[in-house]
Structure formats: C-alpha cells, structure tokens
Design a protein around this ligand. Structure first.
Ligand code: ZN
Length: 448
C-alpha cells in the first residue's frame, strides 16, 4: 500500500472536461453544485463530480476552466416558426387579424420559398445558439430547408411540418401537405438530431377529416403532433358559433388528445378542459411574450401545473415576440404566472428553468436523452458567465439566471458534445454571412 496519487493509467480520458463554478443539473431536485466538473465522452455526459476529484480522476486534451460560470442544460424552445425571423419588426402593435391578414400572410405569399426558409432558419438558429438553446421546434413551410439548416448548424430540431386547408407555396391542399410531410419524415429518417412530426396549424384551419387522418397516422408512426389551440378568445367564440363545440372538445372527439399532442398557447381554458388535457397527458407549450404582444390572453400556468399538466416554454416566431430569447421567456413566464394566479409563489425560478429545459424534453418525448445534465444523457449544455457587476452579490445562481442575467452572458454552448459557441464565437455558422443575407431579404421585402 502506498500513499501516492493514482498513476495516469487509472485516470479516465474525456473528449472535453469542463471545470465550472456551478452546475445546475435540473434533474428533478434543486441542487446547485458548486466547484464541480463535467466530463464529455462521445457526445454524452460521462461524469459530474467535484472539481477537486475531477482533477485527479480525469484528463482531457480539451479542458475548460469556466471559473465564473454556471452550466445549465441547453434550452429547449418548444414552439416557433424559425424562418419568420426574417419578418422581425415588419409589423408591430396591431390586432392579430389585421397583423396576419394585412401584413404577415401577404408578405409570406410574395416571398416564402426554399431560400427564404433556409436563410431565415439559419438566422434564427444563430440567435438561439447565442442565447443557450440547443433544441428547437419549428413549424413552417419548406421544412426540408429548415431541417437542413439545423443539421448543418449542429442543433437538434423537432420539425413539425404544417398542415392546413389553405394553399401556400409549399402545398396546394391538406392532403398535399400530408403527402409532402411524409416525404420529410423519410428525408430525415436516419438523422438522430431531427425529429419530424405533424404541425396542423389550428382547429379553425384544418377539417375534421384531415385531423382524424393525422390522429391515426400519429399513432401508427408514433410521432408527435403540435398545434396552436385556444390561442385567443375570438378563436373559441367563433368555433362555438360555427361548430357548436369548443375546439379542444372537437379535437377530443376526433381522437387527437394523447401524450403525443403538444398544445401551443391554450390561453382560454376552463376547469373541465384543464382536467381533460391532464387526463390525456397532453403537454402545453406556453409562449408568454407572443401572447402578451398579440394580446391573446393568459395561459393559466399555475392551474395547469397543479392539475399535473406538463408545461414547457417556447418563444413563438420572431414576428410576434420579437426575439428567440429563452432567458427572457423564462422571466416573463415566471412574472406573468404570478400575476395571473395572484400568487407570488407559483412558477418559481426553478420552475421556470424546468419549463425551459426538462419539460420541453418531456413534451417532445426525449426526456431520457436531453433536458437535464445527468450522466448518460446527451451533452446539450450552455455556459453562462455570472461575474458581471449586475449579478452581485451572488446569493443564488438560479435566481440570478432567471431574474437578472441577460442573454449576452452566455459564452459557450455544446450540442451532443459538439462546441457550437466558443467564448461567444459561433463555430458552425458564419455570422457575417448570415447578417448579409438578412439584409438582402430586408431590402427585397421593404421594396414590395
Ligand atoms: Zn406559433
């Protein structure tokens, strides 16, 4: 027996070894691990342990000392229309129907094509990586172009191809959308980082017959459905007038309610409807800033969570937000939930962080793969520097993260162990080229 330190042969070699001031695992508890390290091997988390031990037990050719940083799970942005980032600030401060019918839809009709979606999605992904997002859900036309952009950038994507009765540049009727969507499923079948699902636009824009077909195909193929549901009071009132039934009940009658259904918005819910979605295990995708900007209404987050419903966060598209900042979305969600419930204890800082990470993974059915920092899961990680004057004094890193930090404090982002942002520099995307493309689209769209 000797007292010497273990020989090098007994230490393990990581592809990347990160020594961090804090690690927030978001693994079901509220642990804040101080002076801890995280080892990555083949894209997955191989170990999380105190730095003092890691320095003895682990070695790596890529060691980072993030001495003022917190490591958190990469954000999961569960709802958006990435390419619409090219329409950011085009039309603001308008009632939703005026905004859609007189501004967004005519612009989309004139300009949306494969190039628009590819360039717009790359702009969106660059913004999302810069604020700590490693997985996003997209619902837009020409999904092959969006999926290609995600693959090239190295982020994970849930690609929900649109389905609606109206013709667009991508498809001519609902059956054609489904036909093209099934091709998208085939296109990305072998890509682990791309999940494809159904994105029927809303109850008012898709017929009963097509919704039934989507319910059947979703079950047969075991793929998710994401839909804007009960976004505004007007949507519900008009549906009751034309069909005699509230949209959520109609979807229930058509067989759509299941754990595969991701219900976006849900600002108009009575107690029976909350129990209905809890019973069927549907998730709610809460987009508070879009709801506020379009004056859509208030999602009853606290009541949903009390009923056991999984509530995850999304930014929605940039045309109605106008950013893809999940840090800002967490803060807004937490503050708004308190105001709506008239209870300061609901959607705590930890609750908001869970909604932006593990709850999003749950909604997509990938919670065993990502959404928290745990050994065996994908190394989807964001590092945020917390040494700014504005973060002092530091009583509680989670409080700082949700209520104080701004998105420019993110320094490093890994997706499946691959470094996508290195000290604010994007490694897979050319920022100057993306800005140039955005400017070209701005010039063309402004001249319409
Ligand atoms: Zn949306």
């Amino acid at each position: 027996m000797t007292n010497t330190t273990p020989p090098p042969s007994s230490s393990r070699t990581a592809d990347t070894l990160i020594h961090a001031r804090w690690i927030l695992p978001v693994d079901g508890g509220h642990a804040v691990l101080e002076n801890h390290s995280l080892a990555i091997i083949e894209g997955r988390i191989a170990a999380i342990l105190p730095t003092a031990e890691a320095q003895t037990l682990w070695q790596s050719a890529h060691v980072l000392h993030l001495t003022d940083h917190a490591l958190i799970p990469g954000f999961i942005n569960t709802h958006g229309h990435a390419a619409m980032t090219l329409l950011r600030g085009l039309a603001d401060d308008l009632p939703v129907l005026d905004w859609l019918k007189n501004h967004i839809w005519p612009t989309e009709t004139a300009f949306v094509n494969e190039d628009f979606v590819y360039d717009g999605t790359r702009l969106a992904i660059a913004e999302m990586i810069r604020c700590g997002t490693t997985t996003f859900s997209d619902n837009y036309f020409f999904p092959n172009a969006a999926g290609q952009a995600a693959l090239e950038a190295g982020v994970s994507c849930q690609l929900m191809f649109p389905v609606m009765d109206l013709p667009t540049a991508w498809a001519k009727d609902a059956a054609h959308y489904i036909y093209k969507g099934l091709e998208v499923i085939d296109r990305f079948r072998n890509q682990e980082s791309i999940m494809v699902g159904f994105g029927p636009h809303a109850p008012y824009s898709v017929s009963d017959e097509i919704l039934k077909e989507i319910a059947t195909l979703s079950e047969q193929l075991d793929i998710n459905i994401q839909m804007h549901i009960h976004e505004s009071a007007q949507e519900v009132t008009e549906a009751v007038k034309s069909t005699g039934i509230r949209p959520l009940h109609r979807l229930g009658d058509l067989g759509l309610l299941s754990p595969r259904l991701q219900c976006t918005h849900m600002t108009q819910l009575n107690e029976g409807e909350i129990q209905l979605i809890a019973l069927h295990g549907c998730s709610v995708l809460h987009c508070p800033e879009s709801n506020l900007k379009l004056a859509s209404g208030f999602t009853p987050v606290a009541r949903l969570q009390q009923a056991g419903v999984n509530v995850a966060l999304g930014t929605d598209g940039c045309a109605s937000n106008n950013d893809l900042d999940m840090l800002g979305e967490m803060r807004t969600a937490s503050l708004l939930a308190k105001a709506v419930a008239q209870d300061a204890t609901v959607l705590s800082a930890w609750g908001a962080l869970e909604a932006a990470t593990i709850n999003g993974a749950r909604a997509m059915g990938i919670e065993t793969e990502t959404g928290s920092l745990e050994v065996g899961k994908k190394a989807d990680i964001a590092a945020i520097a917390m040494n700014e004057l504005e973060n002092q004094p530091m009583y509680n890193p989670v409080s700082q993260l949700v209520y104080t930090c701004t998105r420019n404090q993110f320094t490093h982002v890994w997706s499946h162990g691959r470094l996508l942002m290195d000290n604010r520099h994007l490694t897979t995307l050319d920022e100057a080229f993306i800005k140039q493309k955005a400017h070209q689209w701005q010039v063309r769209i402004s001249a319409r």
